[in-house]
Design a protein around this ligand. Structure first.
Ligand code: FAD
Length: 496
């Protein structure tokens, strides 16, 4: 039986392990932490449950596909429900928009609250659907770096669909033309942050992202986001995958352009294929000891990072839902601070996720709420986070207290804080970036690292820092693309 070694148990590492086990490999996952999931992890404090990282769940079909592939019934492991409201948006002028997941309801809400043309909204979301189906399907499901797989893709359809405004203009320029009301423009600009990018720089192509929420839907996994990790971990165990926790991989061994295995705990461990789920920068710098290649990765700007305040709140807020955004009054400056000055501006956009809205009394004690309060932060370049954190906390408290008309600080019963440095320490994500590289350049989609090594046979990559990108849906797709490349490479070897 061929041996596969997976470095890292992030969501893409878990999906990779399942897919290769189904292919018949004997799979071992090496994880430096004592728990699986990487960024998709969880902790409990004083009766409050907190998902540590991701909070937004779209495209559950990527998870269902893994269970089908493994011949297991997903309902035995994992369940979720569709949400009627995608997000509540709060603006400094007092406007509140309940962004219904249903496209027609959203268009009506935007019309009622801002005066936006309902047809413009419907046209935009229909355009997003076409873009997604004709263009994204190629980017997300194929390796862009293998000509033979690319020839299978419906390229012509994609070329006919993508227009200049999607490829050459920014998302903001596109949105500014599509809508007449600044609040609508800001709402749709926000989708650039779904992969840690700047809407004033990232291409108009990102206008396809709202398709996921407003045409396909937004979901809540029962038990919170950690249920995704738990379900995939249980499925991997069921398929016979071995896990070695607290075991950082020190090096990947190769000879003559072929992978031979890896080194962990100073021992050589042979493997026929190695899949790195570690950030691609660290994979080259530390595991392959190739600093030049690591530096070349950095030609692409890192995505944004985050400051997260996990607050146990003594009280309930009926005007809040699972996902809530409190917009900055000066969005453009916020992104200039994040990506140009690498600082945070005094009026940051604040996101609050509250899973106790979906499971009251379970995710937080009765009559209380678990707030995951996140502010976009620049990638870490050595800023003084110990100074920044309390300053931003005060600004966030002032903003929330103003817009919710309640003094929030006395309600905080318990607190934990995550900053770009702790994100890097926990998951080895270079500079604490959430999504590997940003999409701030027009060519970003083509410049992400492929899911295989061009120089070392048997070495593959899956995760948020490689093709097709960060975020749970794309990480799961990266595992799929990778495993298809492995299957093709091994069937070729058998033929010879
Ligand atoms: P990671 O989660 O990065 O895990 C990599 C694993 O590799 C880690 O467990 C690490 O310990 C391990 N590792 C690294 N080096 C080694 C080594 N040498 N040896 C052994 N193990 C090693 N995405 C969404 O879809 N929706 C969201 O709402 C969202 N919000 C986010 C909010 C925050 C605060 C954060 C941090 C991220 C968010 N993301 C979101 C992004 C999402 O979490 C990531 O894109 C995704 O989880 C990355 O998964 P991954 O498979 O690339 O691996």
């Amino acid at each position: 039986q061929k041996k596969a070694a997976v470095i890292g148990s992030g969501v893409a590492g878990l999906a990779s392990a399942i897919r290769l086990a189904v292919q018949g490999f004997s799979v071992t996952v090496y994880e430096k932490n004592e728990y699986p999931g990487g960024k998709l992890s969880h902790f409990e404090k004083d009766g409050f449950h907190f998902d540590a990282g991701p909070s937004l769940f779209t495209q559950p079909q990527n998870i269902a596909e893994l269970f089908t592939l493994a011949g297991e019934n997903m309902q035995d492991y994992f369940s979720y429900k569709q949400l009627p409201i995608s997000c509540n948006y709060f603006y400094e002028d007092g406007t509140i928009i309940n962004a219904w997941a249903n496209a027609n309801q959203l268009a009506k809400e935007l019309h009622d609250k801002t005066g936006e043309d309902e047809n413009a909204v419907m046209q935009y979301l229909n355009g997003a659907a076409t873009l997604y189906q004709n263009v994204a399907e190629i980017f997300l499901n194929y390796s862009l770096h293998k000509l033979n797989t690319l020839f299978k893709a419906p390229i012509l359809k994609a070329l006919q669909t993508a227009k200049g405004r999607h490829l050459f203009g920014s998302l903001h320029t596109l949105n500014n033309k599509a809508f007449t009301k600044p609040h609508t423009v800001q709402l749709f600009n926000r989708y650039a942050t779904y992969n840690g990018s700047n809407p004033y720089k990232a291409p108009g192509m990102l206008s396809l992202i709202p398709h996921l929420e407003h045409n396909e839907g937004n979901f809540y996994p029962k038990g919170g986001m950690i249920s995704i990790t738990n379900a995939l971990y249980a499925l991997a165990l069921k398929k016979g995958v071995n896990f070695k926790f607290n075991l950082p991989v020190e090096r990947i061994i190769e000879s003559g352009g072929k992978v031979l295995g890896l080194v962990a705990d100073k021992k050589n461990i042979p493997a026929d294929v190695v899949i790195s789920n570690m950030d691609i920068y660290g994979t080259y710098k530390y595991l392959l000891q190739n600093p030049d290649k690591a530096t070349a990765i950095l030609k692409q700007e890192r995505s944004s990072s985050a400051l997260v305040f996990y607050w146990g709140i003594n009280g309930t807020f009926p005007q809040l839902d699972l996902h809530n955004i409190f917009f900055s009054n000066d969005y453009k400056t916020e992104f200039e601070h994040l990506f140009v000055h690498k600082t945070m501006q005094p009026d940051p956009t604040v996101y609050i996720n509250i899973t106790s809205k979906c499971e009251p009394g379970v995710q937080a004690p009765d009559g209380k709420e678990n707030w995951f309060v996140m502010v976009n932060a620049p990638a870490n370049i050595g800023q003084n986070w110990e100074e920044i954190k309390p300053a931003i906390k005060q600004l966030v408290l002032q903003k929330l207290s103003r817009l919710l008309q309640t003094n929030i600080e006395p309600l905080i019963e318990t607190e934990e804080i995550l900053d770009p440095i702790s994100i890097e320490t926990k998951t080895a994500s270079y500079m604490g970036s959430l999504y590997g590289s940003s999409s701030n350049s027009k060519m970003a989609a083509f410049l992400r690292h492929p899911n295989f090594s061009k120089n070392i046979m048997g070495l593959y990559f899956a995760g948020g820092s490689v093709h097709p990108g960060g975020g749970i849906p794309l990480c799961l797709k990266s595992a799929k693309i990778m495993s298809e490349l492995v299957a093709a490479d091994f069937s070729k070897q058998k033929q010879h």
